[in-house]
Every structure is written in structure tokens, then in C-alpha cells.
Design a protein around this ligand. Structure first.
Ligand code: R5P
Length: 293
């Protein structure tokens, strides 16, 4: 086996290699002046089982093309099998036609990755679990929740309480709360399909004087977390921490969350940056060790 790092995930790929002892391939990348992507893999891939690690976080379209080029090239260079590790799976939030005339974008992405030659796909906390059924090749949705919760457990929190900022995130908040051995609940959120405006319903919760951890798959504009934090503050929560698998944090997300009273943001290296405080490598390594058995 050999790990091929994509330009979006050099650190995660290195950590996976360190955790597993699987060789890390040497890859050179560049972007041509017109914006097209280039890479060259130095290692011989003939007959190898190749693990391509490339998250497709913003700029998603460029990252996706790079992933397709890499998977296709690995096959073309003689790889026996290619496992694509795509922690942030792009376009997963467009998993249906919400309004007439829209594309079902995630289906297009799945077809592209499969036709490039991926034999197996690994992703993390995909926006909707049912998307996994749309793959024709074996596809696995791993979760960062245990790793994130372990990190949060090491912080000095006062009577922690876990909250999903919308109903969908409850499937993540539950295992998170289990690790912390505490209770969890959720808010009901409505997003206007046209304006993107979010409305979160207030609800009575016993969080007074407690530290609250908001848990979600993605923080994009920070709107979902900010709305939930404002309610928690009103209810008397002491400290508010936001944890997520994919810290996209676009636009003024950070400021918006801080203004709402969120003191700490904890993300993973699904998206490499200042908020990737937890690595996904142990989960990928444990999955790969099962594949290698
Ligand atoms: C949507 O339901 C997701 O689980 C997240 O809550 C959402 O994508 C976060 O987006 P934003 O940060 O822009 O509110």
C-alpha cells in the first residue's frame, strides 16, 4: 500500500502514513498561470494498492478536478486498486432537487469519482447518510465524533451539555454526548431555500451555568452555530464551544460566531487550517488496517 497526498490534504496524508507505517508517496504539485492543476508522482505505483487523500473543501471544483486527475493517473500508472479518502465530500448538501430545475449535484460528483477509477471511497460525516447508498463501489462514511469528543473531554468544562443546532445534527451529537457521559438535545432550524436565511426556534433547556458544546458536521457561514449560540446565551449557558468535522468557515463566519458568544471552535484536518485541532488520521488508519487484513 502507498499513500498519495493530494494538494488539499498534505498533513492528513502524512499523519495517516505515520499512524499506519504505510509509505507516503512523493508528489509535486503546481497550478499553471491559467489556473489548471498539475502534479507528478515520483513513486512507482505498479501493482500497488493506492490510498489517495484529497479533501474537496473550498475551492471545491478545483479540489474535485485534482482528485479526479489523481485517481485516474494512479490507475493509468498501474495501481491495482485505488481507495479515495475524501474527508469533505463536495456538493453533499445538494443531494436532492429542492427547487425545480436544480441539479442533484452530489450524484454527478459520485459518478465522476467512480468513473475516474476509484475502487473504494472513504468520507467523514457526510451531510446526509443516505447519500452513501448512491455509490456503486464500496463507500464508507466514517465519523469524527469520537475523536472530537475526546478532545473536548480534555478541556476543563463545567457540567458540559451537548447541543445539535438542528435536528439533522442529532445523529452526531448523540455519540458525542456518550463520550462525555452527558445529556444532549437539539434545536429546530429552518433555512429559507431562496435567501439562505436561518431561523432557529427557541426552546427551554436547563443549561444555566453549564458549558455548552454545539456539534455539527459543517460550519460554513457560521449562521447555524451563531443562531444556536444566541439562544444558549439567553438561557444562561456559561461557556459555548463549537465542534465540527468540516470547518469551512467562509466569509465572516468567525466574527459572526464570536459575536454570538462562541469562545472556542474545534474542527478536524478534514479541512486543514488553524481550526483543525483534531486529526482524522486514527480513524482512517484503523479502517485501512481492517482493509489490509
Ligand atoms: C446543514 O444542515 C448542516 O448540517 C450545517 O448545519 C450547515 O451546513 C452549516 O452551515 P452554516 O454554517 O452556513 O449555517
Amino acid at each position: 500500500m502507498i499513500v498519495v497526498p493530494g494538494p488539499a490534504s498534505p498533513n492528513l496524508a502524512k499523519r495517516i502514513s505515520q499512524e499506519t507505517g504505510i509509505k507516503l508517496a512523493k508528489v509535486h504539485y503546481k497550478t499553471f498561470p491559467d489556473g489548471e492543476s498539475y502534479f507528478r508522482i515520483e513513486d512507482d505505483l505498479k501493482g500497488e494498492e493506492v490510498v489517495v487523500v484529497q479533501s474537496c473543501s473550498p475551492p471545491q471544483d478545483k479540489r474535485l478536478v485534482e482528485l479526479l486527475l489523481m485517481v485516474d493517473a494512479c490507475k493509468d500508472l498501474g495501481a491495482e486498486r485505488v481507495i479515495a479518502v475524501v474527508p469533505y465530500f463536495p456538493y453533499a448538501r445538494q443531494d436532492k432537487r429542492f427547487l425545480p430545475g436544480e441539479p442533484i449535484s452530489v450524484n454527478t460528483v459520485i459518478k465522476s469519482i467512480e468513473s475516474a477509477g476509484a475502487d473504494e471511497v472513504i468520507t467523514f460525516d457526510i451531510h446526509e447518510v443516505h447519500i452513501m447508498e448512491r455509490f456503486s463501489v464500496p463507500a464508507h462514511n466514517l465519523t469524527a465524533m469520537r475523536l472530537l469528543a475526546k478532545h473536548v473531554k480534555s478541556l476543563d468544562l463545567e457540567s458540559p451539555f451537548v447541543l445539535a443546532p438542528d435536528q439533522g445534527a442529532m445523529r452526531l451529537a448523540k455519540p458525542f454526548a456518550e463520550v462525555l457521559e452527558t445529556d444532549c438535545d437539539f434545536f429546530i432550524k429552518h433555512r429559507d431555500r431562496v435567501t439562505g436565511e436561518i431561523e432557529t426556534k427557541e426552546k427551554e433547556l436547563s443549561v444555566e451555568g453549564r458549558d455548552a458544546i454545539l456539534v455539527d458536521d459543517i460550519i460554513s457561514t457560521g449562521g447555524t452555530m451563531a443562531k444556536a449560540a444566541q439562544i444558549l446565551k439567553k438561557l444562561g449557558a456559561r461557556r459555548i464551544v463549537a465542534a465540527c468535522t468540516h470547518p469551512i468557515l467562509c466569509g465572516n463566519a468567525l466574527q459572526r460566531m464570536r459575536d454570538a458568544g462562541i469562545e472556542e471552535i474545534i474542527g478536524t484536518d478534514s479541512i486543514e487550517g488553524p481550526y483543525s485541532k483534531v486529526s482524522l488520521a486514527p480513524e482512517v488508519a484503523s479502517f485501512l488496517s481492517k482493509v489490509a487484513e
